[in-house]
Design a protein around this ligand. Structure first.
Ligand SMILES: Nc1ncnc2c1ncn2[C@@H]1O[C@H](COP(=O)(O)OP(=O)(O)O)[C@@H](O)[C@H]1O
Ligand SMILES: [Mg+2]
Length: 226
């Protein structure tokens, strides 16, 4: 599903070059729930941006769904991002003026799906995440945990093959964070491929595999088995 070979990423800051990802080797199989665990500044978000085709590596190879991203143009990458990858962020990133159901429908607006099918699919997903009674609410009328559930429903609406989450519990209290992780676990058991980034070891343990990132290097990888 996702394969990185000897992948590095550097930033040029004036005269200095900072290498943020160093010779990363990473294989994620379909159905995996991989957590990437590392402290602040270790390169987690940079890695997530490359995995999500929001940014490109400086060297090495990145293949997603059997396609080498170096062979794809910007339009092809945008299609891949929109259709194959569902994104969940720490700060939810919902549009404040739209209702909950409109937020969830939004990724389908760019597809050929009819309005009725869009509505039904968004309503179904909101029901699945326990928000069937909130469809016409605005994001600021919901708690943080509820807003993250909306964001997860939105990420799933295009039926992506990969769900990518960057610190999805980072803005939530512990108990709410655990509930969100239980939702990810449920999605994993249904066969979703998930890559989640966190600095929190307890949260990382929800994954079936933990990849440790330290100073831009993958240091350790061990089986977990939830
Ligand atoms: N656009 C950028 N330009 C320059 N340096 C950056 C940029 N983005 C991130 N970095 C640097 O890369 C390192 C890793 O950042 P990041 O991937 O955000 O880490 P994490 O998400 O683990 O906190 C940091 O030292 C950061 O300052
Ligand atoms: Mg980060």
């Amino acid at each position: 599903m996702v394969s990185m070979k000897d992948l590095s990423k550097s930033y040029q800051l004036g005269e200095q070059q900072q290498t943020v990802l160093k010779s990363i080797q990473l294989e994620v199989q379909q159905g995996d729930f991989v957590t990437i665990l590392g402290p602040s500044g270790s390169g987690k978000s940079t890695l997530m941006n490359v995995i999500g085709c929001l940014d490109t590596q400086t060297s090495g190879q990145y293949t997603v769904g059997g396609k080498n991203t170096a062979d794809m143009n910007e339009a092809e990458l945008a299609t891949l991002r929109n259709k194959q990858i569902g994104f969940v962020f720490q700060q939810f990133q919902l549009l404040p003026r739209l209702s909950i159901i409109e937020n969830v429908e939004l990724p389908l607006i760019y597809s050929k799906v009819s309005k009725k099918v869009r509505r039904n699919r968004a309503a179904y997903l909101l029901e699945r995440v326990g928000l069937a009674d909130k469809l016409t609410h605005k994001p600021n009328q919901l708690s943080g945990g509820q807003q993250q559930r909306v964001a997860i429903a939105r990420a799933l609406v295009t039926e992506p093959s990969l769900l990518l989450a960057d610190e999805p519990t980072g803005a939530l209290d512990q108990q709410t964070g655990r509930q969100i992780m239980e939702l990810f676990t449920q999605l994993h058991h249904e066969g979703k491929t998930i890559i989640m980034i966190t600095h929190d070891e307890k949260i990382a343990r929800y994954g079936s595999r933990i990849v440790h990132l330290l100073d831009g290097e993958i240091r350790e990888e061990r089986g977990q088995g939830v």
